[in-house]
Design a protein around this ligand. Structure first.
Ligand code: ARG
Ligand code: ZN
Length: 865
């Protein structure tokens, strides 16, 4: 079942044209596919087409019906022997989209038909060469009931349409750009349509169409604005211009992932399209902007230039995430976005690196491709691109991009091709840098220093080490750009010089390396890894005094934020080691007070640096995770900050709430962030004054950001108002499922011993459904991140999660596979929990019909036991 990157071979045949005729019906959709096939190279291999869960109705080769003995279907492949050099193949298959609960291939979402083909879903629509290096020109004719499905959409431009008897109608589409089948899409349904247009810098007028469920037009406007901003931004910053006369986005309720970049016809999870002040938080708006950008940017990095094979996924995803991150940063609040991206890396990606499923950004071995749409391929992939950007700087990076596009437009290429373009455009070599594509795991960068006052010499001693990951025992040194700033004790930025320091960057290439700085008059405070310049763990023993200097004076927002995080981490780790309550020094508390009192300059950053590390990220500091201790110290630290900073938190809360009606504007967002962070701390102080604050904000808020923040603050602090708020919220929002997702998630993340019971009960609430991934992620996936409640000592959390996974194994394996992640890391827990976890994994392993998605992860986890 496993496939290996090293086994890549060019396809024996290719397809130049595809002509699809799809008659849409709930249970008996007919797909006629006319393929223009051509042999590649000299060989007598049979033609083998991929196909899964298909009912084959008919095959004709060059107009002649193929009799049974001319073909066979084995192992999800249709094999035809003795085919000519070039020929036309007609294949008719029948599908049951209404019963397709896996949401892969053609399925029904609400009342609409839609498709999800990446990575290997097209083979569930028709027999095909389902691999990304087969590029064909697609023509699609759709036919369906006109009343139920007034809109019939496919890739490219609309070419014709017509009416038929018995209420049916048809539309045909042609996409002039050759593409792999994973970018194919169709949608049929009844929608509200938001229309606009965009004129490219080449003077092309592009019709922009956004399709949403009826009644949601007002909630689509922000997405449309974001789309236009993304089109403009890609022209200005990357010189990349749109290439069709129409760009369509459809928002659907049932979707396994965020969104999909199908050529000219993006399909989106509704939660990344619909947003208005009443129902969406500031963060929801920012997510819409970023996902709209992401899918749009794929038009060049993904569609025009695509992947040769799926091992190269990061070629398009890492690069496109980098691009969407830059887009968000250029649009607003760059430091906030950067810190949020770093948080994802440190909590989720580092966690994945230490798990049985650890893999390089370009994996070597895959059983189920759907398992590799990971934080490693996406987010670490983006960090790798970001390091290239740091090493080459914006100008050099853009030169590389232009060469990449010139060379490879219209091709299916590899990560290697991308790196070569970067090298050639900059006349440089990145031989060692390629190890970031080859080796899995998080490098640990250990740094010590020495200072010789009489010689005025300061030295940084750097050592890098990367622990073994499954299948990769010995790691070689990475090429690491280490961005550093230096400060004096009183906080002035120092200019240290060294031949090896360029643009604040030291390049580490050895396992051990010293960097010497001469003429250094005082021992500096080093701000290491500024901007999180590489996806590594930094191991440097910061003294509290140094951290407070960086917290107060660092001009790099990441360093400033991280200094606060290190203060918290040190205090919590110390309390765990000593088995004593968490304490913070007066100096640290004063430093935080000072930040609160001077928040005006950057309220968003102050908000972020007050927020303590999550239980999950504290877990990352331990080989064996002390569940109860972690839960204890996180609670204590919140309580401590709340009582020690009460006065400043209250003052800040009342001074920094934006005046007037809600606006989605950076200054307002930043103020809401800080006010709500203060409120979350204050909720831990159970006094009447604060109860009044909480309840007032909850009932008076004119926007979801503040309304939800009040409810979350109450629930997370176990406040007496919590249950009432939950009740009122549900009564108010019961008809809006995306808002109810927030209600589910808030309860699943509660730190109560009753949380598991509530979560179980909520599965029979009207707001929940086992069919809809958004509901499952909100309730179940959120619960899996609730460290203390999932990892209950009695194993009930594990048992319930396993039952959920068993259920989803048959209905939606992709979702099941995302949830199982929480069980894989049994090695990181005490013996009792190890036994319990392994027991659940073994139960899963023995399921008679275990989906490949789960099989791959469970096997990998139980191996080497
Ligand atoms: N290419 C899509 C995106 O990044 C995600 C597709 C996910 N597909 C999957 N089978 N997991 O926007
Ligand atoms: Zn993507």
């Amino acid at each position: 079942q496993a496939k290996y990157r090293k086994d890549y071979q060019t396809p024996d045949y290719t397809i130049d044209e595809v002509d699809l005729d799809i008659r849409l019906q709930d249970h008996q959709t007919l797909v006629s596919s006319r393929l223009t096939v051509r042999r590649q190279g000299e060989h007598n291999e049979p033609l083998r087409l991929d196909g899964e869960a298909l009912k084959l109705i008919n095959i004709e080769l060059d107009g002649e019906v193929l009799s049974e003995h001319r073909f066979q279907v084995v192992n999800n492949q249709l094999q035809i022997d003795d085919v000519p050099e070039a020929f036309e193949l007609l294949i008719i298959t029948q599908l049951d989209p209404a019963n397709n609960s896996a949401l892969e291939g053609l399925y029904k979402s609400g009342g609409a038909f839609c498709t999800q083909c990446e990575a290997e879903g097209f083979r569930r629509i028709t027999y095909y060469l389902d691999r990304p290096d087969v590029l064909a020109v697609f023509t699609t004719r759709l036919q369906a009931d006109k009343d139920k499905y007034p809109y019939l959409l496919a890739n490219g431009n609309k070419t014709d349409s017509g009416e038929l008897e018995n209420g049916q109608h048809w539309v045909s589409w042609h996409d002039p750009h050759p593409k792999p089948c994973y970018l194919f899409a169709v949608v049929a349904g009844d929608f509200d349509l938001l229309e606009d247009s965009y004129r490219t810098k080449h003077g092309r007028d592009v019709a922009l169409q956004l399709f949403v469920d009826k009644g949601n037009l007002g909630r689509a406007e922000f997405a449309m604005r974001s789309l236009k901003a993304a089109m403009k931004w890609d022209e200005v910053r990357f010189n990349l211009v749109y290439d069709l006369d129409i760009y369509m986005i459809v928002a659907v309720d049932f979707f396994n992932m965020g969104a999909m970049e199908n050529k000219g016809l993006n399909v989106f999870n509704a939660k990344y399209v619909l947003a208005d002040a009443k129902t969406a938080t500031d963060q929801d708006f920012l997510n819409v902007e970023s996902v709209i950008g992401h899918e749009y940017f794929h038009n060049w990095t993904g569609n025009r230039i695509t992947c040769r094979d799926w091992f190269q996924l990061s070629l398009k995803e890492g690069l496109t995430v980098f691009r969407d991150q830059e887009f968000s940063g250029d649009m607003s609040m760059r430091p906030v976005h950067r810190i949020q991206d770093v948080r994802i890396m440190r909590t989720h990606q580092f966690h994945e690196d230490s798990s049985p499923m650890a893999h390089p950004i370009r994996p070597d071995k895959v059983i189920e491709m759907n398992n590799f749409y990971t934080v490693t391929v996406y987010n670490k992939g983006a960090e790798v691109i970001r390091m290239l950007h740091s090493l080459l700087d914006e100008q050099g990076f853009q030169k590389g991009m232009q060469l990449y596009v010139e060379r490879h437009d219209g091709q299916a290429v590899t990560c290697e091709d991308f790196v070569c373009a970067m090298e050639d455009a900059n006349s440089t070599e990145l031989r060692q840098f390629r190890r970031w594509y080859e080796q899995a795991g998080t490098p640990v960068l250990s740094i010590t220093e020495s200072y010789d006052a009489s010689a005025e010499r300061y030295t940084l001693h750097c050592r890098q080490h990367t622990a073994a990951t499954p299948g990769q025992k010995k790691k070689q040194a990475f090429h690491i750009p280490l961005r550093v700033h230096f400060y004096s004790d009183s906080g002035e930025l120092l200019k240290l010089t060294s031949d090896e320091l360029k643009n604040d960057i030291l390049q580490l290439t050895e396992e051990q390396q010293d960097f010497v700085f001469e003429k250094v008059k005082e021992k500096p405070v080093p701000g290491l890894l500024a901007g999180f310049s590489a996806p590594v763990k930094l191991d440097y023993e910061y003294q509290e005094k140094q951290l407070l200097t960086l917290l107060a004076y660092s001009q790099d927002p990441f360093i400033c934020w991280d200094a606060a995080q290190q203060v918290y981490l040190q205090a919590m780790k110390k309390a765990i080691a000593a088995g004593s309550p968490v304490q913070l020094s007066q100096a640290s508390l004063d430093a935080l007070k000072h930040k609160l009192e001077n928040q005006q300059s950057d309220p968003a950053l102050v908000s972020l640096l007050l927020q303590i590390p999550s239980e999950e990220s504290l877990s990352g500091e331990y080989d064996v995770i002390p569940v109860a201790d972690i839960h204890r110290v996180c609670g204590e630290l919140k309580q401590l900050l709340a009582s020690e900073l009460e006065k400043e938190l209250k003052e800040t809360y009342s001074s920094c709430h934006p005046q007037g009606a809600y606006q989605f504007a950076p200054t307002d967002i930043a103020q809401r962030m800080l006010a709500n962070t203060c409120l979350a701390f204050l909720a831990n102080l159970k006094n009447p004054e604060i109860t009044a604050l909480l309840e007032r904000q909850f009932s008076k808020a004119d926007n979801m950001t503040d309304e939800l923040a009040a409810m979350q603050a109450a629930v997370h602090a176990n406040h007496t108002s919590a249950d009432n708020m939950l009740r009122e919220f549900a009564a108010k929002w019961q008809s809006n499922s995306l808002v109810m997702d927030k209600w589910l998630a808030t309860q699943a993340s509660a730190a109560r011993s009753s949380t598991l019971d509530s979560v179980k009960q909520l599965t029979s609430h009207g707001a929940f459904s086992w069919q809809n991934p958004n509901r499952i992620y909100s309730l179940v996936a959120t619960f899996t991140h609730n460290l203390a409640q999932l990892h209950r000592e009695d194993g009930e959390g594990y048992r319930w999660l396993r039952e959920v996974i068993v259920r989803l194994n048959s209905s939606n394996p992709q979702v099941a596979s995302r949830l199982v992640t929480a069980l894989l890391q049994w090695r990181r827990f005490d013996e009792k929990r190890q036994t319990l976890l392994k027991q659940e994994l073994k139960t899963l392993q023995e399921l008679p019909d275990l989906a490949s998605d789960l099989y791959e992860k469970v096997e990998q986890s139980l191996q080497q036991d």
